[in-house]
Ligand binder design. Structure first.
Ligand SMILES: CC/C=C\C/C=C\C[C@@H](O)/C=C/C=C/C=C\[C@@H](O)CCCC(=O)O
Ligand SMILES: [Zn+2]
Length: 604
């Protein structure tokens, strides 16, 4: 039973959804109906329960629009309102199909949706709508069994104002122009968890960058996106060589407006990515590798519950770094791992090392998954896989991983199933002794940093760390050349800044040392979002007051939580007035999820 859902797939399992919706930008809502097709799991089942949140349900009928009895259960503050639909007596019975049409509209409170006025877009000519359903926001887009334990096929008919384009995480199957309206049709014939349902409507153009990849965005960014993501096909092919064939047909990329709250969201067939990836040198393409890796880890083999989120993200980070390692050398696998450890430690420090939410498999009963989100499932999950790999060897572990994906494809599984598959696989290989040392329960349930930490080594990383330590030791005295810093690749630059942040957290660099570093390295001028976020943090913690207005500007240029949440917290420490005024003035710029989390961070 999924503690994050109020639906009943173990009794009446939804197999497919058909959405018929009209997009109304004037009212900021989607209105229409969804046909829900379910299979009754036993003779006694009398109700179909669907999740909903912030929806206006106007009725439930059969496909002939004849009314069907239903009621709305009491609203749960976090998980929303269950729609309880009565299965007519004559339609009951094990393995019988029951179909209901739920007439509804979304509301301005629907947390899955962000509506942008034309002024908030790059082109300033047309409004824009996009969704973000992970973890439990799909229920505010469409009544559904909003649990990753249940996978559904879906199709849709979406009517929008001309000349806008609608896209979904599905195959586009048609477009019909009718005066000032356009109806787009879609079909997703591979069953997916509802958190992967996605929609975007806007003034969009596309550029083909590979045999199965288009980049979509507003015209103003589409060429930059085509350049930045040019290695996509190589990443997909590398993923296929590591794992199994890519089954999703297309891999299109949607480059969103800057308020998109995440680096990327792995919506199948149409991955959503932030424009903060547009570094101009493809240096942040690891996020594309990450989202591609989700095509196997998460989208094909799915965490059954949100408490098992590391099965999605830890495996994805591992495959992402394997892809990067295959293409750019093992050093880069090691490098990404070192960078990830810093992110993991920051998040565990932020939550507190004994906080149960820093367990790999936290108990999320009664907890909004958004509130539990951190890099723990990503990098602690990654470190578990590196530890397991260290016990059996790279070749054997990669063979297991390929077998694991093939075995559990199209399923939603638990950590216990993953563990048992690992144990059985290597026991059959005669390696039971090698893996007997694994303390699974500590890995799954203990809070804080991992107890069996694999050591990552990388010469490139040492160079970056050494330069940071040199600045700390000398406070910049004797450092007159920028050539070593200028020779760094993107990951080295990030690690250089991370090392400074870690090693000066309690013993800040003097202001004149930071100013000298800036004169040499011109970090204040960088347009690379990763560098900016880290440089601004370093300057804020070192008492560089001139940076504060630049931080405020960055905070309202983009809404990626990875950047805005830590920077709002840092700015709040040194200038609460500026932090609060910046946030309250621009609160509507951010996606609902982001504004909710930043408000909590600022104690508002
Ligand atoms: C232990 C946590 C359990 C459940 C959390 C599940 C989902 C949390 C919800 O907030 C959705 C997260 C979506 C993340 C999407 C993309 C990330 O992989 C990237 C985030 C970091 C970045 O911006 O690069
Ligand atoms: Zn991910």
């Amino acid at each position: 039973m999924d503690p994050s859902s109020l639906s009943n797939p173990s009794e009446a399992k939804v197999d497919s959804l058909h959405l018929v919706l009209t997009v109304d930008f004037a009212k900021s809502c989607l209105a229409g109906y969804v046909d829900v097709v379910a299979t009754l799991q036993n003779d006694q089942v009398s109700e179909l329960k669907l999740d909903s949140n912030h929806l206006n349900v106007t009725g439930v009928t059969d496909l002939s629009n004849q009314p069907i009895k239903y009621h709305l259960a009491a609203k749960h503050e976090i998980f929303g309102t269950a729609i309880v639909i009565e299965v007519p007596q004559e339609q009951r019975g094990a393995n019988k199909t029951f179909t209901a049409r739920v007439h509804y509209s979304t509301t301005v409170e629907s947390t899955a949706l962000q509506w942008l006025s034309k002024e908030q877009t790059a082109g300033k000519q047309h409004p824009y709508l996009f969704s973000q359903c992970q973890a439990i926001h799909a229920r505010s887009l469409v009544p559904c069994q909003d649990s990753p334990s249940n996978k559904v096929k879906y199709s849709a008919e979406i009517t929008v104002p001309a000349p806008l384009t609608a896209l979904m995480s599905a195959s586009s199957t048609g477009k019909k122009v009718d005066g000032d309206k356009i109806t787009y049709t879609f079909d997703q014939d591979i069953a997916i968890p509802t958190y992967l349902i996605a929609i975007v409507v806007g003034h969009l153009e596309s550029r083909e960058i590979g045999p199965r990849t288009m980049v979509w965005s507003e015209p103003e960014m589409v060429d930059s996106g085509a350049y930045e993501f040019a290695n996509t096909e190589k990443f997909i092919q590398t993923g296929e060589s590591l794992l199994t064939p890519y089954i999703w047909k297309r891999y299109d990329i949607l480059l969103l407006p800057p308020s998109f709250p995440y680096g990327g969201m792995e919506n199948p067939m149409l991955v959503f990515v932030t424009p903060t990836l547009l570094a101009g040198d493809r240096s942040l393409e690891n996020v594309i590798a990450h989202e591609i890796a989700h095509s196997w880890c998460g989208n094909l083999v799915t965490n059954r519950f949100w408490s098992e989120f590391f099965l999605n993200e830890g495996f994805t980070v591992f495959v992402e770094r394997k892809i990067i390692g295959r293409l750019y050398g093992e050093d880069m696998f090691q490098f990404e791992a070192i960078n990830g450890l810093k992110h993991l430690k920051d998040d565990i420090d932020q939550f507190g090392a004994t906080n149960p939410l820093t367990a790999l498999r936290p108990n999320l009963d009664g907890i909004d998954p958004d509130d539990a989100f951190s890099s723990v499932p990503y990098d602690k999950g990654f470190n578990l896989l590196c530890y397991l790999q260290s016990l059996v060897g790279v070749t054997e572990f990669e063979a297991w991983l390929k077998s694991y994906i093939a075995h559990f494809a199209y399923q939603s599984i638990t950590a216990e199933q993953m563990k048992n598959y690992f144990i059985n696989y290597f026991t059959e290989k005669g390696m039971a002794d090698a893996i007997a040392v694994v303390d699974w329960q500590s890995w799954f349930n203990n809070p804080g940093m991992p107890h069996n930490q694999v050591a990552f080594t990388c010469q490139l990383a040492e160079q970056a760390k050494e330069l940071a330590k040199k600045w700390i030791a000398t406070k910049g005295d004797g450092i007159e050349s920028a050539s070593d810093f200028q020779a760094f690749n993107s990951q080295q630059t990030i690690l250089f800044l991370d090392t400074l942040l870690v090693l000066t957290a309690n013993d800040h660099l003097p202001v004149d040392a930071i100013e000298k570093m800036d004169k040499l390295y011109h970090l204040t001028e960088t347009r690379n979002a990763e560098y900016r976020a880290k440089w601004y943090s370093l300057c804020l913690q070192s008492g560089i007051t001139r940076i504060q207005p630049l931080v405020a500007k960055f905070l309202v240029e983009q809404g990626r939580m990875k950047f805005v949440r830590p920077l709002y917290r840092e700015l709040n420490k040194v200038n609460r007035e500026l932090a609060v005024s910046t946030f309250t003035t621009h609160r509507n710029f951010y996606h609902n999820i982001c504004s909710k989390m930043v408000a909590k961070d600022l104690g508002l």
